[in-house]
Design a protein around this ligand. Sequence first.
Ligand SMILES: [Zn+2]
Length: 121
Amino acid sequence: MLKKSKLKTPNWILEGYDSEAEYNNVKGIDKKKKVDGVFTLKLCSKCGSEKVRVVLCEDKKTKWKCEKCGWSGTQIKEKELAEEEFMKYLDDKGEVLPNEFELKKDFKKTIESSDEEDFEE
Ligand SMILES: [Zn+2]
């Protein structure tokens, strides 16, 4: 009887990625805890638009729907941005920022979950 070999070549090597982390990133496998200061952008896997929103299915699975091209599915594309890149991304989009400082503070708060509220001048 033939049993499966104990040592199996990991998929990331088989598929030619440089590292397991890169493979996981591309495949959307969330093995590790998210890195601090990184904002994850969800992108439509068909047209790459960020105009995607979550829709809940009857089986309670998370599904995504693109408002631009109408694509829907569970395989969402993710792009990770550092804080700086994220700010630039908002800039490029021409988003009107109410107050950059406030936004940054808010963003930091979100990713650090810190309770530094006493920030008075
Ligand atoms: Zn789309």
